[in-house]
Design a protein around this ligand. Structure first.
Ligand code: NAD
Length: 341
């Protein structure tokens, strides 16, 4: 049997705490040995709650610990670049939440450091592990809908993230729509060659302080001749709403539903079903499966399903969409969508 991979988590916020619990309780082959968060008493509290052997407020404690094999980075997006460089230079394999970094220059730097230090890097595009999206991928590959010609992606947050998060998020296209750009490329089996993006603040005026919006729309074109649109919203009062449509020449696929459970109540008052409250509920399977894949890749020295290069392509699209939005919806052609380094 392979030895357990000794893992530490960096960042114990909304998603970091969730990944940490998964690593501690469920992820096969992983042993959670340390948790880190510099603010308040979060690290100490989480370590005590889960019975983790060590905690710290300083990420360097983990990077310098020779007994830690891998780190799971769930810190604010603006810190990913620095965390990745330190992890790789200390020979730690790492899983990092999306997006890889906030700028393409920093993405190039981290890719170089990853290659120089020969560490495994997986990025948190968990939709590729979600059973519904994965089933759609298999059906497209089996030819069930013919040639995919149109993609529609919907990502609507039930509650708007706090201002502190938005400030460091890189904006709605880099933070939210990037999931749809990634899954669109994966499902359509094609690269995005142009974007044209629009956005508006319809509900949360504080967004304007950060040149951000709470409602975004990107029109996309693919090198296969297909097209698509991607909506992102922070304003969904009917729950966390994640769906996709893939229209093909011989049929269509619809991914995702409004309901959380497969139960709908019907009575004299009408009908009722439970909404999906948050990303942790919608993607519980995917978050677990992606971490299990990461640990397996570390143990078997395999390339993960979502690499740093893939993530750089997703960033290129998202940053072009942000630029397009800031320039009034100008169409931006991505001549080099297929990056090779
Ligand atoms: N894949 C997804 O579906 C998904 C969903 C939500 C968030 N995310 C990503 O996860 C990351 C974190 O998002 P979140 O919503 O959990 O944010 P959050 O603000 O809730 O949590 C971030 C945590 O990191 C801690 N932190 C800040 N600086 C740190 C440092 N230098 N070292 C260690 N910890 C530090 C903060 O104290 C906080 O506890 C972001 O990059 C975001 O894009 C991905």
């Amino acid at each position: 049997m392979l030895k357990e991979t000794r893992v530490a988590t960096l960042g114990l916020g909304r998603l970091g705490y969730y990944h940490t619990k998964n690593l501690h309780e469920k992820v096969r082959g992983a042993k959670l040995v340390s948790v880190v968060d510099p603010f308040g008493d979060q690290a100490e509290k989480v370590a005590a709650e889960l019975g983790v052997e060590s905690w710290s407020k300083d990420p360097d404690d983990v990077f310098q610990d020779p007994n830690i094999d891998a780190v799971v980075i769930v810190t604010p997006t603006s810190t990913h670049g620095e965390m990745i460089k330190k992890a790789a230079k200390h020979g730690k394999h790492f899983f990092v939440e999306k997006p890889l970094t906030q700028s393409l220059e920093e993405a190039d730097e981290v890719i170089q450091v990853i290659n120089e230090n020969n560490v495994i890097c997986q990025v948190g595009f968990m939709r590729r592990f979600d059973p519904a999206y994965y089933d759609a991928k298999k059906r497209i590959e089996a030819g069930d809908i013919g040639k995919p010609v149109y993609f529609k992606g919907i990502t609507r947050d039930f509650t708007c993230p706090p201002e502190e998060f938005i400030k460091n998020s890189g904006g709605i296209f880099l933070d939210c729509s990037i999931h749809d750009y990634d899954i669109a490329r994966y499902l359509m089996g094609a690269e995005i060659t142009s974007v044209s993006a629009h956005g508006t603040v319809v509900r949360h005026p504080f967004m304007s302080k950060y040149n951000d919006v709470d409602q975004g729309m990107t029109y996309i074109e693919f090198d296969s001749g297909a097209a698509g649109d991607v909506e992102a919203s922070r304003n969904s009062r009917h729950g966390y709403d994640i769906r996709a449509e893939i229209i093909g020449t011989e049929g269509s696929l619809f991914v995702g539903t409004f309901g959380n459970k497969n139960t709908t109540l019907l009575n004299a008052k009408g009908s009722n079903y439970e909404i999906i409250p948050d990303f942790q509920t919608r993607f519980d399977d995917a978050y677990l499966l992606e971490l299990e894949e990461f640990i397996k890749c570390v143990q078997e020295n395999k390339e993960p399903r979502v690499t740093a290069l893939d993530s750089k392509i997703n960033m290129k699209i998202a940053l072009a969409a942000t630029k397009s939005f800031l320039n009034g919806g100008e169409k931006i052609v991505l001549e080099t969508a297929k990056v090779t380094n």
